[in-house]
Design a protein. Structure first.
Length: 533
């Protein structure tokens, strides 16, 4: 997350005077995503899993976007490793075809009005395919020959593979000497995708294994939520404005709701999902990362270690969840389609959860007693990733002798996906002779102020990895403390947690409403029309 000084391009975007509660676009000039950035240093990017979905859907589109923005060095080389013989030309053609399909698809984050042939050719010329099994010595001997072995060469090994290959690939790389950083100053970095372990013991084991071959500073553990601009912006909203931070504490906040609801089902990933479930898939990683951004203490600087230290402190302060803090659900046949048990590769009597809600407490001075309610699920009423910060109600009912008896509390909502922006709910006087108070909303949308360039969410992560900026990557200690906080849920002492049904297309099981109701609170509606229980 490299920071850029305030340049004319990044100067204030003003709002025109308005008499309604919607913020209007101001300056027509837009801030290009790459403003002020320089090309990354030259490097060879080795992608294990060259034929996989991640490479096709996210890595190549992100590299293409970086190439459009001129952020890659001419000396870059991309070696794709995969099992199965094929020609580089055929790999290139396949990638180009899929990129063009995504570019034409309006629903894709890669959608663009015009596919830039020049940017693609730039990438295509640098692609090289290498057939190789991920667990055999030959692959790594061949790789070594291909990689420019002269001292000072920079190499990133990207493990875009199933988690079972994380250990063997890092071990082979280590044993082949490919992770050794030479005296010439060239870097060797290892990028590891999620899931990083499946519980505390496996994450510890994986960390120990990889750390046997690479130093912590060489390891880049990805949580793709941190690649989202709207997630990075949480720190900007908190720490670049005088308004919010003074209120950001137990004295003024009632609770926080973190939602990542999806309308999609398991999308052909039944096998993976049966083993994983919604909780492991989303909570100790993506949702905890959002929690970290929203609840961490201000760092002394945006230096990677300063930020990651504060996040580590936060994860360390999470009170271990108990079974009473968690509700699991599974979608059944409903308005949005067939139930989970009817999905391919899913057992007819599966107890895997496709929905998880949790109440989390952070035991520190700032947050003691403030609940953070987290929820995520597949086949829900709406796609929505957001953080809603609920303020306490005003201390004194000034309006008690008027027609106003209840006031709606203020809510600041940080909208991450699919809309990007923030909304603030507050109260005003309703025009007219009576003293009536009505809730209104002031909304800011990124697209009103900035040209939102094509962005699949991996651009910043790849670029930062090339620069050696680890701010947005997870450190071993944070991964382990996050898993530690959910141990009681993953390995419950009193038998498995119940999994409650909810109709596909709904807002989750009724039991998840009770999780909040017992604290006198309610979830924010996802899509009022569709979520009747
Ligand atoms: C992935 C999960 O890590 O994140 C998926 O494995 C989930 O199950 C996805 O759908 C959600 O990410 P996003 O960016 O689409 O909200």
């Amino acid at each position: 997350m490299s920071t850029t000084p305030n340049t004319p391009e990044s100067a204030t975007h003003t709002t025109s005077g308005t008499n309604d509660s919607k913020v209007r676009p101001g300056s027509a000039s837009s801030t290009p995503s790459a403003a002020g950035k320089h090309p990354a240093p030259p490097c060879t990017l080795v992608i294990f899993g060259a034929g996989g979905d991640l490479t096709k859907r996210l890595l190549m589109p992100a590299l293409y976007n970086l190439s459009v923005d001129g952020l890659l060095d001419a000396g870059m080389k991309i070696i794709g490793v995969n099992h199965g013989q094929r020609e580089t030309a055929a790999w290139r053609d396949d990638l180009k075809k899929s990129l063009q399909q995504f570019a034409a698809d309006k629903a894709s984050t890669f959608h663009t009005a015009q596919f830039d042939e020049k940017a693609w050719d730039w990438i295509a010329q640098r692609l090289e395919y290498m057939a190789g099994e991920f667990e055999t010595d030959d692959t790594f001997t061949n790789l070594k020959q291909r990689i420019d072995a002269k001292p000072g060469s920079n190499v990133i090994f990207y493990l875009a593979v199933s988690a079972r290959f994380f250990k063997p690939i890092s071990e082979h790389l280590g044993k082949a000497g490919l992770l050794k950083e030479g005296d010439g100053g060239g870097f060797r970095r290892l990028v590891i995708e999620k899931p990083f372990g499946t519980d505390l013991a496996s994450a510890r084991d994986l960390n120990a294994h990889i750390l046997g071959y690479a130093k912590e500073s060489q390891i880049y553990r990805i949580d793709h939520f941190l690649g989202k601009d709207t997630v990075q912006s949480i720190l900007a909203v908190r720490f670049a404005n005088a308004l919010f931070e003074p209120l950001w504490r137990r004295e003024y906040l009632d609770h926080v709701q973190i939602t990542a609801s999806e309308t999609i089902g398991v999308e052909g990933r039944g096998k993976f999902y049966e083993q994983t479930g919604a909780f492991r898939d989303m909570v100790p990683n993506h949702l905890f990362q959002l929690l970290g951004m929203v609840a961490m203490e201000p760092p002394n600087s945006f230096d990677a270690e300063a930020v990651r230290d504060k996040k580590a402190d936060l994860f360390d302060a999470i009170q271990p969840l108990t079974r009473a803090d968690v509700v699991f659900g599974q979608y059944e046949t409903g308005p949005a389609g067939p139930g989970y048990r009817e999905e391919p590769d899913v057992a007819a009597d599966s107890h895997t959860e496709t929905y998880a809600a949790a109440r989390v407490f952070v035991d520190n001075w700032r947050w003691a007693g403030v609940p953070f309610y987290l929820r995520t699920g597949k086949r829900m009423a709406a796609r929505r990733t957001e953080i809603a910060v609920h303020l306490k109600t005003v201390p004194f009912r000034l309006f008690r002798d008027t027609a106003v008896d209840t006031l709606t509390p203020n809510v600041l909502t940080l909208r991450i996906d699919p809309t990007h922006g923030t909304s603030f709910d507050f109260n005003v006087k309703v025009p007219g002779p009576m003293m009536q108070i009505g809730p209104v909303q002031s909304a800011f949308n990124y697209s009103d102020f900035f040209a939102e360039g094509a962005n699949v969410g991996y651009e910043t992560l790849l670029y930062d990895c090339m620069l050696g900026d680890e701010t947005l990557f997870q450190r071993a200690d944070s991964i382990e403390t996050s898993w530690a906080a959910v141990e009681n849920v993953l390995h419950p002492k009193d038998g498995p947690l119940p999994v409650h049904g909810y109709p596909a297309g709904n807002a989750g099981p009724e039991e998840s409403d009770q999780l909040l109701a017992r604290d006198g609170r309610t979830w924010r509606p996802l899509s009022p029309a569709r979520e009747k229980k």
